[in-house]
Design a protein around this ligand. Sequence first.
Ligand code: ZN
Length: 197
Amino acid sequence: MIFGSKERYVVHTLGDEVLRKKAAPIPAVTPEIRALADRMIRTMRVFDGIGLAAPQIGESLQLVVIEIPPDAMEGNPTPGEALLYPKMPLTLINPRILERSAELAARDEGCLSLPDIFAPVIRPARVVLDTDLITGEHVTLECGGLLGRCIQHELDHLDGVVFSDRVDGKSLPVILPELRRLEKYGARHHYLRVITR
Ligand code: ZN
């Protein structure tokens, strides 16, 4: 970055149509896609996130970035955690989930597109991720722990799904006032969060 220059980082929030669209596959990793991935990584870092899907910055493409600190890796890591943690930040191109474990786990989730809203979500404890990485590698790996959780959350964004859609009837009333407040805030701010740095 040139000294003294400023960059504007934008995350689209709930209420914006782009978060409800099905994202398009990426036919080839062009310089534009690499630039988009770089911008997503910088945006994720500026907003202190651990994952970001392209629709969250207004691009309806099957592109996801993930950066989880290494100390978040839990004991007994799955093969996916063991292989992918050292490669952070990850850029996933056209990722999909091939299998979901029958075992479920509950964990609090948040989302840069739903600022200040946190609620428990029940999801499969482990999934088999099949994806291209921007490095050119193709991986098919079982992922659990926080990484498996993050993959499921981010891939939901590519299908137009946000975590509040998956909050159960017990927890939903707790976050409903916040969701309504977000709707009002979002309408006033064109469903955008903006940081200039
Ligand atoms: Zn999210």
